[in-house]
Write a protein that binds this ligand. Structure first.
Ligand SMILES: O=C(O)[C@H](O)[C@@H](O)[C@H](O)[C@H](O)COP(=O)(O)O
Length: 232
């Protein structure tokens, strides 16, 4: 598989380099199309990179930003990926970007799905640059190994799918595997030796498709346009 690795001694250096990589792709898309789109992941890893990206010169007014996945909680909840993104990225000049939230007032993501699908269809797609995280169980986005909706989310022609992660808190909404794979460029943002080892294992394993780690299933579909950004 053709996957480009970018490895750094320090997380701060990774954050700067990944922010520069994202900025370059956004600027290129704006110059070419007049607009650009960015999808970011939540979790603990991206906050430093978000702050580094905030400092870079980009015409944010021309940028659509959404999440790769979201926990189905109010957007001021401590576990909300939107809250993390608002607090660390959508500040200063970046506040001029158009943010497309992945939650609404429905009781569950299954109930709220069609509204989010309609909302996201207003943004520029395919997404120009999409950032993935990876969990310790090999999930990426909210494509969780145990989720009953996993196979449907891997095959769906929609942009989004509702997910019960089973092994993690909160119902979720996620970009589907085809929507992720359609992105023009993808960066996997991971830190620590155990995630590096897990990713290498996931990529090397010889298993039937439905038993593969979700990160492998995504990366197998995006050969040639995927980059891994890793620091110890
Ligand atoms: O909402 C989420 O949980 C994510 O978007 C998820 O896919 C995340 O990227 C991984 O779980 C890694 O999370 P950490 O960065 O916290 O390890």
């Amino acid at each position: 598989m053709s996957l480009t690795w970018h490895q750094f001694a320090k997380k701060e250096e990774l954050d700067q380099q990944l922010a520069g990589f994202i900025a370059e792709r956004l600027r290129t898309a704006i110059a070419r199309d007049g607009r650009a789109s960015l999808a970011v992941s939540g979790g603990r890893t991206p906050a430093g990179m978000f702050r580094a990206l905030q400092a870079l010169e980009i015409d944010w007014q021309q940028v659509d930003i959404t999440l790769v996945d979201e926990r189905w909680v109010p957007n001021d909840h401590a576990d909300s990926n939107e809250r993390l993104t608002r607090e660390n990225l959508l500040q200063g000049p970046v506040a001029a970007a158009t943010f497309h939230s992945m939650v609404n007032d429905a009781a569950t993501p299954h109930d709220g799905l069609s509204g989010i699908e309609a909302r996201l269809s207003n943004m520029k797609t395919p997404i120009d640059i999409l950032i993935l995280g990876m969990g310790d169980d090999g999930h990426t986005a909210s494509l969780f190994p145990q989720a009953p909706e996993l196979e449907a989310a891997c095959a769906s022609t929609a942009l989004v799918a509702a997910i019960n992660p089973v092994t993690a808190p909160h119902l979720r909404i996620t970009l589907t595997l085809p929507a992720i794979a359609a992105a023009a460029a993808i960066a996997v943002h991971i830190t620590g030796d155990s995630k590096k080892t897990l990713l290498e294992t996931a990529l090397a394993e010889d298993k039937p498709l439905t038993e593969q780690y979700p990160i492998r299933r995504v990366l197998d579909r995006v050969a040639g346009k995927a980059h891994v950004f890793w620091a110890a």
